[in-house]
Each structure stands twice: as structure tokens, then as C-alpha cells.
Design a protein around this ligand. Sequence first.
Ligand code: SAM
Length: 331
Amino acid sequence: MTTLIDKYNRHLNYLRISVTDRCNLRCIYCLPRGFIPKLSHEDVLSYEEILRLVRLGVRLGISKVRITGGEPLVRKGIYDFLRALSEIRGLSDISLTTNGVFLTQNIDKIRAAGIRRINISIDSLNPGKFEYITGRNCFEPVWDGIMSAYEAGFAPIKLNVVALNGINSDELTEIARLSFSYPFHIRFIEYMPIGKSELGTRNAKFEMLAPEIIKRIRSLGKLNPVENAMNDGPADRYKFEGAKGEIGIIRPLSHHFCYKCNRLRLTASGQLRACLLSDHQEDLKTPLRKGFSDKQISDIFVKTISMKPFKHQLSLRHSDKVSSQMSAIGG
Ligand code: SAM
């Protein structure tokens, strides 16, 4: 049964799940430095509850799942959960987004759980700058984590880099250069003003849009476009001539990709969102805990997608559009 097709003919087959709003880092664009996660243990969906929702989602047409957060690797029991997830029939793709701090010591468990694709966030190759951006002195464990994932055969490894004018803009070329030495997909992401963050409270211009990112990295060589395959993510893909890896540009602000968006998001507190950049969400946690039937819960999925806006309304001039934190929604 495939019912998750909305009125704009978008097939919502991709569910991104935030398993926790907690994070061991305080990235300058994501959370305020003094941020204290507000969800208690009971507020967060249990793994059993998430697995039930995924099974129902699969019956409705979900085939791809990404586990994110907060930082998924800080949640207890995550590796057993990943294994249980990969045993669900009907899921063709399960991936993980992590800040990489705990990757090295856990890479074998992640692989044993059946995960093959990882996205790792790394906004700077300079340990001091890395600490400035993330609020923690942990460039080395993150870099080691990337190398562990590479050596363990994860592919593709995508490196997420939020491009920030005046913060890491001087490093984008060096980061892009990694694609010559490693088969990594380096994905530059336009900063989205979401929720409360350190950057959100400043007035300076941190945003860097795709044309400027491309202009900077072009000095490395000829940048050839790579065609997007079916069900590929929203990145505009490129490859430098002679490179092993790819460059991706994710441009939620400078170029809406809403018309082909296939994503639903399940927040850590059990809210189903049809759009990252709209605060509309439907509660699944209460119905789950009140013993709703599979049919009743499936109906909430269907209702949620009927609310999916054709286009998000976020712009750099209207940064108050999304009040939820990225860490709770799941980036
Ligand atoms: N803790 C994990 C991590 O660091 O990758 C997963 C959660 S994090 C919210 C997921 C992704 O969202 C990261 O790649 C992060 O860089 C990105 N992100 C967070 N806030 C963002 C913002 N305001 N604009 C653009 N990307 C953002």
C-alpha cells in the first residue's frame, strides 16, 4: 500500500528520525551555548515506539530512514535499536547522521547493526576553529571517526559542512580539496536560521549562499555537474575533474527544492512534521500511548502529509519562521 503521495504528487518515502534532542556539542548555528535539553526521558519516544511507527510507515510507502538528532550516538541502546531497525523488511536504505565524536570506538557496532551510510558533520579542519564552532575541543576524535568509517568501508561517507561567512568561509576550498584524496561527498549547506542559536542572536551576516560557495571552491579545478539519480537527496552534485569524491551544495535558501521534497520528520518527542521549515506538526506520541490502532496512527501520517506546504517560507530576512530547535526536529 502506498498512500504517502501528497496533492502535489510528491511521494514521501523518506523518514528522518531524531532519536534525542541531546547533543554533546553546541554548534554555533544550531544551539545556544548554555542550552539545556528540555525533553525528559518520558517525553522522548521509546525505541519500541519508534520501531512501531517505522513499521507502519513502511506499510504506507516509507522505504528510506535516516537516524539523526541531537546526537544519536549519545542515546543509550542506540546500537541495538539500529540493528532492530535494519531488520524491518521493506526499508531499502538506513543511514545515520552524527557529529562523529564517538564514531571510532563504535564503528564496528554501527556496521554490525547493518548501517552502511553515514553523514558526519565537520565545519572546519582547524582544531581551534572547530572548537570555536562546536563549543568543544574535539576536532581530533571527529577526524579519527571519519577515518574509522572510511577504513571500515562505509560508502558513501558524506561530510556535512555548514558554510558560514567570516567563520569557516576561508576554509571551504581546503575542505573541498578533501574530495581529491578521499571518495567523500563533501556537502556544503546554506545556514538556515532555525530556532535559537548563538548566530541567531547576532546581527552580523553569516550566511553564504551557493553561488558564493561555488565561486570560492572553483579555484581547485574544473567542477563538472553530476546528474542526480532517482531518490537522490536535495544536493546539487558536482565533481572536480580527477577527484575521487564529490561536492554537493544544499541550498534551502537560494534555491527551493521543495517541489521534489520526499521527506517526513519524526521529532524526538514524537511529533510528525511534513516540512523542516514549518512548525506545523502532528502528535503521534499521545495516540501511541493511548493505544490507538495501526489504522488510526496511519491516518495521522496521511493527515500530516496533507499539510505539507508546497514551498517553505524561510528566508534570511524572516528568521523567526521556525521556532523549534534543529536538535529536536532532526537536521
Ligand atoms: N548531531 C548530528 C550532527 O552533528 O550531524 C546530527 C544532528 S545535526 C542537527 C544534523 C545536521 O544539521 C548537521 O550536519 C548540522 O550541521 C546541520 N545543521 C544544524 N543546524 C543547522 C542550521 N541552522 N543550518 C544548516 N544546517 C544546520
